[in-house]
Design a protein around this ligand. Structure first.
Ligand SMILES: [Zn+2]
Length: 473
């Protein structure tokens, strides 16, 4: 790779510098146009240059597949779903079933009919999956494709629906690797230089066979893949394929707020139910130890306050350090314990804006313990940001905006005392700095990062390991 100079970059407030890059790292910073460049020159003309952005929590394959699906979330009736699907048909991948997601049939006033879908597509198989994934609505062509009987409604529920959806997934499996490549090729537009891939289906194995991606990927390992990780010698940081390295050991210890399965100290209102603990403490400690023996750094999913407490117990008793994914509800005492134990928090600020209604409803009396960012930082906890894509879009500017403004769509800011400033939010979204010897993972912004413009921040140039992956210049 040839040396590149990013000329007249603005860093540290108002400093204009030339940034020389060679062999994937920053090799020199000099006052603008004070030295002779060695290779290609890109004139940034005073644009703000920032360290490239990381999305620390992505389900890459699931996200790439979801970008191919028709989104029917806005629909409030079967007719509206059918209209959205009809509009999406011309863009569908030929030869594959058309899959739509986000159906909310629980809110419909009228019953679905298979004929409605047959009318818009009589020979293209169509499956519309509900937003909670537990039911689906399909046409006759889908029934013929899978050789299943669909009644006049076209609806499948629970096991029958999961089975059908899994078979449809199987039909796209060999296309999904290509979709992952295409989807990741696009993230440079948002200044993204790296993602942590926490996909469920052996991400390390998948990245071993896929084409090398244009961004850094840390591919996570789940407990069921530990034997494979051991056989491969897959320790965190070991190279897999180009910019792909082995990521953390991911363990999911509880559920989520939306399905009221996040494991909490207090029951959900009106019930005796405290949520679901998926991995008991002794088992978690054992997994931490096994991961540590293999050189895998832990990333522990914990959402409810009780799940977070138990995760911290396991970290404390094993003496192993790592990070907690989500950490959505944390008692004051556990927040301090997290800092004292040196455990990091990998959080998704955009979830807070999606979930503020759920917090009020289910965690109302403990809302002050929910979605904290400023308090974590003040306590001394290392915080990093992510999207949990496809749960929210793979766009770090949404997380940055949510963390800074704590609002969107004109709503009043939610618990604004937990907000962070723009520079802090940028720092929590990056892994490198702009300094000699640091990775040449950089992004040049089209505007100054003003708080109210962050969500739509234009990015004019992105560089990953010294290679330009996106440019409007
Ligand atoms: Zn996730």
């Amino acid at each position: 790779m040839c040396p590149v100079r990013l000329e007249r970059a603005r860093i540290d407030g108002d400093r204009l510098v030339d940034v020389d890059v060679d062999d994937g790292v920053v090799t020199r910073l000099s006052p603008a146009r004070s030295t002779v460049p060695a290779g290609d020159v890109v004139d940034l003309d005073g644009r703000r240059l920032i360290p490239g952005l990381w999305d620390e929590h992505v389900h890459v394959r699931t996200w790439a597949v979801s970008t191919r699906r028709i989104d029917v979330r806005p629909a409030t009736s079967p007719e509206e779903v059918a209209a959205i699907v009809r509009a999406g048909l011309p863009h569908a991948d030929p030869g594959l079933p058309v899959v739509a997601v986000g159906m909310r049939d629980g809110l419909w006033g009228s019953a679905p009919s298979r004929l409605l879908l047959d009318e818009i597509a009589d020979d293209v198989p169509v499956m519309v999956i509900s937003s909670d994934l537990h039911s689906s609505w399909s046409n006759a062509a889908l029934g013929r494709l899978l050789s299943i009987d669909l009644d006049h409604t076209g609806m499948l529920r629970e096991a029958a629906s999961f089975a059908a959806a899994t078979r449809v997934e199987g039909l796209i499996a060999d296309r999904a690797d290509g979709w992952v490549g295409e989807a990741l090729a696009d993230v440079g537009r948002r200044g993204v230089v790296g993602v942590v891939d926490l996909d469920f289906d052996d991400a390390v194995g998948a990245w071993g066979r896929r084409a090398a991606p244009p961004v850094r990927v840390d591919a996570g390992v789940y407990p069921r893949d530990l034997d494979a990780a051991e056989a491969r010698g897959a320790a965190t940081g070991v190279p897999v394929n180009g910019l792909v390295r082995v990521g953390p050991l991911k363990v999911i210890t509880d559920g989520s707020l939306g399905t009221r399965t996040a494991y909490c100290h207090a029951p959900y209102p009106g019930t005796m139910d405290r949520g679901t603990l998926e991995v008991p403490p002794e088992e978690l400690a054992e997994l931490l130890r096994r991961g540590a023996a293999l050189g895998l750094a832990p990333a522990i999913h914990a959402i409810g306050d009780a799940a977070n407490a138990l995760a911290l117990d396991a970290f404390a008793c094993t003496g192993i350090r790592g990070r907690i994914e989500h950490a959505q509800l944390l008692t004051e005492q556990d927040l301090a314990r997290m800092a004292a134990l040196g455990i990091g928090a990998s959080i998704q600020p955009e979830h807070m804006l999606d979930d503020r209604g759920l917090v009020a409803r289910f965690w109302g009396d403990r809302a002050a313990d929910a979605f904290r960012v400023g308090s974590l930082l003040a306590a001394g906890v290392d915080v990093v940001f992510g999207s949990d894509a496809p749960v929210t879009p793979l766009d770090p500017w949404l997380a940055i905006s949510a963390a800074v403004t704590r609002t969107r769509d004109g709503a009043p800011p939610w618990q604004p005392w937990e907000a962070v400033d723009v520079e802090t939010a940028l720092r929590l979204s990056a892994r490198s700095r702009i300094a000699v010897g640091e990775p040449a993972d950089l992004a040049a912004l089209g505007e100054d990062p003003e708080p109210h413009r962050l969500r739509t921040m234009p990015v004019d140039l992105t560089m990953v390991a010294g290679r330009i992956t996106h440019s409007t210049l």
